[in-house]
Design a binder for this molecule. Structure first.
Ligand code: NAD
Ligand code: UDP
Length: 335
């Protein structure tokens, strides 16, 4: 069943301000985005099925009378008069998106379709959170937007990678066929406060393991690389792309070009937490990309965007966040 809103039951009276729907707004990135949009004076409706999102990510936003949330799955249609839509709805961590791969595919394809139809209905600008995973296990390094990628259509990561690729195609087609005003960001690995301790991605895993004195789980030999972007830099990139004076309707990479091996990341986190954890090695998951680094020439040139926060600085605030998350009422760390 779809959800229908109209002007009279839209959750804000300040209809003169831009009304923004943030799908996936209770998640890690979505909650930071909602916060920024509210601070800029927009009226925000967070639409989330709370599968990987959490109420605690958005509870502090309820004090804004311009903020509301709806528990809703984007695979069902939604009708809500809006000026802007951000589509971040989709689990991002491999264990989460692989837990129900059919639902992940539906979220990316049917969810995007529903939101694009909404954008077409209200002539709203729509933003898609795409991903560096569209480049798969890349043969071109670093990855520019012009690279078509090396993606397996038949494997455990395919529901996410191919789902996101299909969503990009839908965005392209709605722009060409219906003139919908689209923006697409290809996000490279991003970390920061509000990641779940049980998220399963590498930064949150290593920090929780280090803080709890558990073994640090490196998959493969740890020589694979990733480029880690701090959440504040990423959200700044979102904003610059969405509100850039010149509309850019093609995908734009946003990520930090600083490239690290997974082993280097583990060593850095162990050192910064002063942990006594040891490192253990597990098999590399199927189709795990060997290397990844964004070419951000386009974002630098067109948006004047470049990341400002170095890995050590971003890790410091992320570690502080996880320390608070893991602490029990008696002051001890949770196991
Ligand atoms: P997240 O899992 O914390 O957030 C995803 C949010 O979407 C959650 O609140 C979840 O409950 C919600 N959601 C999932 N399926 C939904 C559905 N069918 N209907 C409604 N809500 C749904 O992940 P994140 O890191 O915040 O990622 C946000 C977006 O950015 C995702 O689309 C992800 O693919 C993309 N992305 C993130 C990264 C990254 O490094 N964080 C990298 C590339 C792309
Ligand atoms: N990884 C790891 N240990 C973990 C979690 C992840 O070694 O506990 C590796 C994973 O195999 C991958 C990299 O870290 O090579 C980044 O994984 P993540 O799930 O964070 O993101 P993605 O693979 O989607 O880039």
């Amino acid at each position: 069943m779809g959800i229908v809103f109209n002007s009279s039951n839209f959750p804000s009276e300040r209809a003169t301000k831009a009304r923004v729907l943030v799908a996936g707004g209770a998640g890690f990135l979505g909650s930071h985005l909602c916060e920024r949009l509210l601070r800029e004076g927009r009226t925000v409706v967070c639409v989330d099925n709370f599968s990987t999102g959490r109420m605690e990510n958005i509870r502090h936003l309820l004090r804004f009378d311009t903020f509301s949330y709806v528990r809703h799955d984007v695979i069902d249609p939604i009708d809500l008069p809006v000026d802007e839509i951000y589509n971040l709805a989709c689990p991002a961590s491999p264990p989460h998106y692989q837990a129900d791969p059919i639902h992940t595919m539906k979220t990316n394809v049917i969810g995007s379709l529903n939101l694009l139809q909404l954008a077409a209905r209200y002539q709203a600008r729509i933003f898609q959170a795409s991903t560096s995973e569209v480049y798969g296990d890349p043969h071109v390094h670093p990855q520019p937007e012009s690279y078509w990628g090396n993606v397996n259509s038949f494997g455990p990561r395919s529901c996410y990678d191919e789902g996101k690729r299909c969503a990009e195609t839908l965005f392209y087609d709605f722009h060409k066929q219906h003139g919908v005003d689209i923006r697409i960001v290809r996000i490279f690995n991003t970390y920061g406060p509000r990641m779940r301790p049980d998220d399963g991605r590498v930064v949150s895993n290593f920090i929780t393991q280090a803080l709890q004195g558990k073994d640090i789980t490196i998959y493969g030999d740890g020589s694979q690389t990733r480029s880690f972007c701090y959440v504040d830099d990423l959200i700044d990139g979102f904003s610059r792309l969405m509100y850039n004076p010149r509309a850019i309707h093609t995908p734009v990479n946003i990520g930090n070009p600083g490239e690290f091996t997974v082993r280097e990341l583990a060593e850095q986190i162990v050192e910064m937490t002063g942990s006594s954890s040891s490192v253990v090695y597990y098999p590399l998951p199927t189709d795990d990309p060997r290397q990844r680094r964004p070419d951000i020439t386009l974002a630098e040139r067109e948006l004047g965007w470049a990341p400002k926060i170095a890995l050590t600085e971003g890790l410091k605030s992320t570690i502080t966040y996880f320390e608070r998350q893991l602490v029990r009422p008696n002051g001890e760390l949770a196991e």
